[in-house]
Design a protein around this ligand. Structure first.
Ligand code: SIN
Ligand code: CO
Length: 382
């Protein structure tokens, strides 16, 4: 269990002063910090097929990048390289714990937990991210420089590495174990390991309008929506046939606006879109389907845990109508289950006593059977 100390700041003070505005170093944000996983375990995870990993190094002044899975690290020297794993929370329950202290931010904004191991001199180079990130220093020390937002020239240092030209530092610090560096989108930064070190980055990403629009278009196509043609039964004869009149322009715009204004359509898209997995899940569906009686009994004994990286949300507006979204799909349930569904969406672990009122509820048990069968939730110690 990691407990975050924002150095005398309340969560709201942090949000008001720094969130999306400026970078800040939070010294000893995690007191007595211990890496959630060992360097050896970390290197082992990057050998798995489903894991997105990268080895970044600098050889004779030239940046190099290789993508995993990796078979061995024996060819690498003692310094100037870094191993990065994306979505470590999907593959390590222990590492996923590091996300928990950041639950004062909504989970739909969360991207993933990225982690890196770097030897002395290792790093991924100077770059700009388009997400808010809390870089939590694990074992070892790293030197971090963060520049200001503004006009920066990006350069392709390697086909897989988009770097930024040298920048003046606003922040120039050595991070020690337990220190946290928060960086909003757009601020150039670079971390260089001073000794073998681990770093854990909790990243929050907001969608661009273009990704929303293209996701919305896919949703309309998949659900055969938005196929209505523009109608103009009241047309009058015009003189300038090459002209798109202001009225026609307005009705074309309105055609699209009508879809956005249709909350039934748009809210379902938002729920599906925001719960779609961003990185491959480590899904282990049950070999044999669970029986409802068994689930009902086990709910009284074991806690249930949500699979790392699984996204499950509800909209404030529609939860009481029996709608939530899990892993990119709309899930309908009996409206009376809303309080139980909130527990599943708001908490990673739900304890037997919290589910006691629902253990005998047939609709809830049947939903749980489904979620357990798919491997979306699993039993854990209470
Ligand atoms: C790293 O862990 O080396 C990179 C983290 C970042 O710059 O976002
Ligand atoms: Co970065």
């Amino acid at each position: 269990m990691y407990s975050l100390d924002l150095n005398q700041m309340s969560q709201n003070e942090f949000l008001t002063q720094y969130w999306q505005k400026k970078p800040v170093v939070i010294r000893q944000g995690f007191k007595d910090f211990v890496d959630p996983i060992s360097m050896d375990e970390f290197a082992g995870i990057a050998m798995e097929e489903a894991v997105q990993s990268r080895l970044v190094s600098k050889q004779d002044g030239e940046w190099q990048a290789e993508f995993g899975p990796f078979e061995s690290y024996d060819h690498l020297g003692e310094q100037d390289w870094s191993l990065v794993i994306q979505a470590l929370d999907n593959f390590s329950e222990e590492a996923a714990e590091l996300i928990e202290p950041f639950r004062f931010l909504p989970h739909w904004r969360l991207d993933d937990l990225m982690a890196s191991f770097a030897t002395k001199g290792g790093g991924v180079g100077p770059h700009i991210d388009n997400y808010d990130v809390f870089i939590c220093q694990g074992t070892g020390k790293r030197h971090w420089r963060v520049g200001d937002r503004g006009e920066h020239t990006e350069v392709i240092a390697h086909e897989a590495l988009l770097h930024v030209e040298p920048f003046e530092a606003l922040i120039d610090v050595e991070l020690e174990t337990g220190d946290i560096l928060y960086i909003p989108p757009g601020f150039p930064h670079e971390g260089i390991a001073l000794e073998p070190s681990m770093s854990f980055s909790v990243g929050f990403r907001a969608n661009s309008a273009i990704s929303l629009l293209s996701g919305f278009a896919d949703h309309l196509i998949d659900n055969d929506l938005g196929t209505q043609l523009l109608e103009d039964p009241n047309r009058q004869a015009i003189k300038n046939s090459g002209e798109i009149t202001a009225q026609d322009y307005a009705s074309i715009k309105q055609q699209l606006q009508n879809l956005l204004d249709d909350d039934k359509v748009f809210s379902h898209f938002v729920g599906n879109f925001l719960t779609s997995a961003k990185h491959e899940l480590d899904l282990m569906p049950s070999d044999e389907p669970f029986a409802p009686e068994e689930v009902s009994e086990l709910l009284g004994i074991h806690a249930i845990k949500r699979l790392g990286g699984l996204r499950a949300f509800y909209l404030e507006e529609s939860i009481d109508n029996g709608v939530c979204y899990i892993n990119g799909e709309q899930v309908n349930f009996a409206a009376e289950l809303a309080p139980a569904i909130k527990l599943l969406c708001n908490q990673v672990v739900v304890m037997p006593d919290e589910l006691a009122p629902w253990r005998e509820n047939k609709a809830f048990v049947s939903l749980m059977v489904d979620l357990l069968d798919q491997g979306f939730w699993f039993w854990t110690e209470s």
